[in-house]
Design a protein around this ligand. Structure first.
Ligand SMILES: [Zn+2]
Length: 473
């Protein structure tokens, strides 16, 4: 049974298709048993929400394109096979509205995206809005695809704003390269910017952290002139040979000291081969310094999984555990937390990372059996049967760590020096708060809440019993 809906968000329950279907009932029992065996239950004292729209997975960038929305199918299959959805409030998201998309993107770009006809990618330059080339092809349903992943991030941010959620997850989001009027690096609309704009309605300061292997340039650029958002990006940096070629250590925001955004950009440029130990230690050091100086009231963490060893595009040596340790550290800061996906071009490892990170969000990582459940859909696609393959299993050939301790120490020192210029908890001018373009928002939220309170008891029972709820795996 699909939960009550309105036009803004739809609540849904666990993944079962047909009432009375013997296979589905068997599957539902297996999942329930798996959840019990792994100690999966609703977290005590906080709420985790999961925002997704299965329609997103059906889109194709083209056969040889590295971005495979199918990775979301794999991730969702593994997350639900463990029964982690029992521990979260799950929502099928709606598409972002044209007004919401226009809060960041220009109207002519949105109009072009909406009417662009699918065509074979052509490699010559000078495409309008950078659309139609090899990186950002125009495919069937492109506008819907973008509106859906953006809608999911906006919904997630709003759940944090109205305190219905403490950790909100949208693995289909995290498209950090998209610009105001330009597609870039497989990203067409910047759901992160749109989500942060939502958070800024209620939060004086938002810390954006990016652990994708690529520089989070689109988000950095969007908020470069405000002191209400600090952006921190950890990425492989090579100006000439690695996309997008931006994000050096000395890129710290506008040079004009009178610009409020000065010193509110933090870049952590890294070389090939960084491993779990070095990365997590650096991450904790840098983020703790940023939190101490900036004092954010909410955090957005982009969990791009192309920073894992064995990624088709990324040259780092991170394991699922090290990537997840960054999520655990952010969670430990006990601030409203939005987790979004991002890059990730070896689907089986993307699914592993985001499943492990979901388990961290709901607090069952310590009791989770690393052996993938036998009933996991497409289990053979994972190759190794564990959630945590070793570096040898992830990499086809070993890759040297080219980040020296000396260079890491220089990076930390430089960032700490720069952070000294960040005013401790800057004051918020009311005129800086983005206008609420849809005045109905609060009313709609009230309606959702009332609806939900009415149904909470039924919903709780259904979740516990795990029967008779529609959703396709
Ligand atoms: Zn990336």
């Amino acid at each position: 049974m699909v939960m009550p809906t309105n036009t803004i968000v739809q609540n849904y329950g666990p993944p079962f298709a047909v009432h009375g279907d013997v296979d589905n009932l068997k599957f539902s029992r297996q999942i329930k048993e798996e959840a019990i065996r792994n100690g999966i239950k609703k977290p005590k004292g906080y709420t985790v929400s999961w925002h997704l729209n299965p329609e997103i997975e059906r889109h194709h960038f083209g056969r040889s394109h590295p971005m495979k929305p199918w990775r979301l199918t794999l991730a969702k299959g593994l997350i639900t096979s463990y029964g982690m959805h029992y521990a979260m409030d799950s929502y099928v998201s709606r598409k972002a509205t044209p007004e919401e998309l226009a809060e960041f993107h220009t109207q002519d770009y949105l109009d072009y995206l909406k009417t662009a006809m699918p065509c074979e990618p052509v490699s010559y330059p000078s495409h309008p809005h950078n659309l139609g080339g090899d990186d950002c092809p125009i495919f069937e349903g492109l506008f819907d695809y973008c509106s859906m992943y953006a809608g999911a991030s906006i919904d997630a941010a709003r759940k944090l704003c109205n305190h219905q959620s403490d950790i909100a997850i949208n693995w289909s989001g995290g498209l950090h390269h998209a610009k105001k009027s330009e597609a870039s690096g497989f990203c067409y609309m910047n759901d992160i910017v749109l989500a942060i704009l939502q958070l800024l309605r209620h939060h004086p300061r938002v810390l954006y952290i990016d652990i994708d292997v690529h520089h989070g340039d689109g988000v950095e650029e969007a908020f470069s002139s405000t002191d209400r958002v600090m952006t921190v990006s950890f990425h492989k940096y090579d100006k000439d040979n690695f996309f997008p070629g931006t994000g050096p250590l000395n890129s710290t925001g506008p040079e004009d000291e009178h610009n409020p955004g000065a010193h509110h950009t933090v870049n952590v440029p890294l070389n090939d081969g960084i491993d779990d130990e070095q990365y997590t230690s650096l991450f904790k050091t840098v983020i703790q310094s940023c939190v101490d100086r900036f004092q954010p009231s909410a955090i957005v963490l982009q969990c791009g999984a192309d920073s894992l060893a064995g990624d088709r595009l990324g040259p780092f040596n991170l394991q699922v555990q090290g990537h997840g340790a960054c999520v655990a550290f952010c969670k430990s800061l006990r601030l409203p937390l939005l987790l979004v996906g991002g890059g990730g071009y070896t689907p089986r490892n993307v699914a592993r990372a985001w499943t492990n990170e979901t388990s961290i969000a709901i607090g069952c990582d310590a009791t989770l059996n690393p052996i993938l459940p036998n009933h996991t859909p497409y289990r053979n696609h994972f190759r190794q049967t564990t959630l945590f393959p070793t570096p040898d299993e992830l990499l086809t050939e070993s890759r040297l760590n080219r980040n020296t301790p000396k260079r890491i120490a220089e990076i930390v020192a430089s960032i700490n020096e720069e952070l000294r210029f960040v005013n401790h908890a800057p004051s918020v001018q009311m005129q800086d708060i983005p206008p609420d373009l849809t005045g109905l928002r609060d009313e709609v939220e009230d309606e959702i809440r009332e609806n939900r309170e009415d149904k909470d008891e039924d919903y709780r029972k259904e979740k516990e019993e795990a029967v008779g709820v529609d959703m396709e795996l």
